[in-house]
Design a protein around this ligand. Structure first.
Ligand SMILES: [Zn+2]
Length: 440
């Protein structure tokens, strides 16, 4: 059994890479440590230095607490196959995706050994995604990028879900993420030396002051901002929706006085057009109940749109706080990364999805959280985030949760999508009209 919880990827990585080698792919282990096992499985050896199309997945999973194992229908590390589903950690996030990529790539080994294709296709399996990619994708992008020579990356991201379109609730919709909101964690500290006894409260003391300023922050109206990604996302959504609602979505900017009140009620949508801020803790030094503390701090988890700089965001916060005594410290921030500009590799995936899921809609989206794709975007490599399966929201919610599971037929459809994708790419590279069609 391979309990590949982050930091313990090696044995699962060895197992998976062995399967890939047995299939006949060219396997290279890039790093081999207990907590950082990263490998590639390709149609051609990496030394060939061909332009490389990357199918990215991660080996690690989040923990499944042993004490509550009786909550699980099947043990979370069993990989049980029952009721037409595969059960366990990683079934969706992200081993399922790795298996789809591997099985699809395996179908092209014979072709690749007979024809010298002008490009390579590589499955890249990495460690540490669940804790920020530092033992996986970051190492690859720092040290192996030249060797890997990627021209496009297909990694984790959106999937297919129903119920988005009001007028066509059954239409399947696939969101391919091309940009992410990034995290910025702040600590706001307020110091104020006042008399220290609670029985004679001074007019201004830190706890009161702080509550007032934090309140101002939390209650302030979030600025609505449309980026190129979200504009396009709503436009395409509007085209699929049709009717009046579609018209409003297509011209969101124009209709914003009408649309925005509705947006505010839908937190997910609202979070895609605003920078968000959540107070995750408020701390004062420990003292007796009748002592007024001289210092108070609060931690904020902020999520910024791709267009927002940290500087601009901090400027806005200071303005809203309207209190010079509050000191702001950046605890952690994800680097700002430019969104992927949609190129032919987006259209290849769109075509593959539409082929395997007839009638489905495909559109580019901004994802609410960051993942490994960003390490490639950072270097200007287009990265598309999509799990090419269509599953219910109920099943999606099992990710990082009890009873994570994926239907076997969803896995099969996923394999079919990657096969279709690779076939389309091979066709396009040999057929100019196909390339022109995709650039239209
Ligand atoms: Zn994942």
């Amino acid at each position: 059994m391979h309990r590949s919880v982050t930091g313990n990827e090696r044995s699962a990585g060895l197992f998976f890479s062995t399967v890939a080698r047995q299939k006949g792919l060219h396997v290279e282990v890039l790093t081999d440590e207990p907590a950082s096992f990263n490998f590639t499985a390709s149609l051609y050896p990496l030394e060939s230095k061909k332009p490389n199309i990357i199918l990215l997945n991660h080996i690690d999973v989040v923990p499944a607490t042993e004490e509550v194992e009786d909550l699980y229908t099947y043990p979370p590390f069993s990989g049980a196959i029952a009721d037409g589903k595969v059960w366990g950690r990683g079934a969706i996030d992200n081993k399922g995706m790795g298996v789809m990529q591997l099985l699809a790539l395996g179908e092209f080994i014979d072709l690749a050994s007979g024809v010298d294709l002008p490009f390579n296709i590589t499955m890249l399996s990495v460690s540490g995604e669940e804790t920020g990619g530092y033992t996986g994708a970051k190492i690859i992008s720092d040290k192996f990028l030249d060797y890997l020579n990627p021209v496009a990356v297909y990694g984790e991201g959106g999937s297919g879900i129903p119920g988005i379109l009001v007028r066509h609730p059954d239409r399947k919709l696939f969101g391919v993420s091309v940009a992410f909101k990034r995290s910025l964690w702040l600590e706001l500290t307020l110091r104020n030396v006042t008399s220290g006894h609670g029985a004679v409260p001074p007019d201004n003391y830190v706890v009161k002051d702080k509550i007032i300023s934090i309140n101002r922050l939390v209650e302030s109206n979030r600025k609505i901002m449309f980026s190129e990604t979200t504009r396009r996302m709503f436009y395409e959504l509007g085209e699929m929706e049709g009717g009046l609602r579609g018209l409003a979505l297509r011209n969101m900017w124009l209709f914003r006085p009408l649309v925005i009140p509705a947006m505010k009620r839908e937190e997910i949508v609202y979070s895609l057009i605003t920078n968000t801020l959540t107070v995750t803790s408020v701390n004062t030094p420990n003292g007796p109940p009748n002592q007024i503390p001289q210092e108070i701090s609060a931690v904020l988890d902020c999520r910024l749109l791709p267009d927002t700089t940290t500087e601009d965001f901090l400027k806005d916060i200071r303005k809203t706080l309207d209190n010079e005594k509050v000191k702001i410290r950046v605890l952690h921030e994800r680097e700002r990364v430019y969104p992927t500009e949609i190129d032919q590799y987006y259209y290849y995936m769109k075509e593959a999805l539409e082929k395997v899921y007839p009638g489905a809609g495909v559109l580019p989206i901004l994802a609410p959280a960051s993942n490994d794709n960003n390490y490639f975007r950072q270097h200007g490599i287009p990265a598309y985030g999509i799990l090419p399966v269509f599953i219910s929201v109920d099943l999606l919610e099992t990710i990082h949760n009890v009873d994570e599971r994926i239907p076997v037929d969803a896995l099969e459809k996923g394999v079919a999508t990657y096969i279709e994708l690779i076939r389309i790419i091979i066709d396009s590279k040999f057929n100019d009209t196909a390339i022109n069609h995709n650039f239209k």
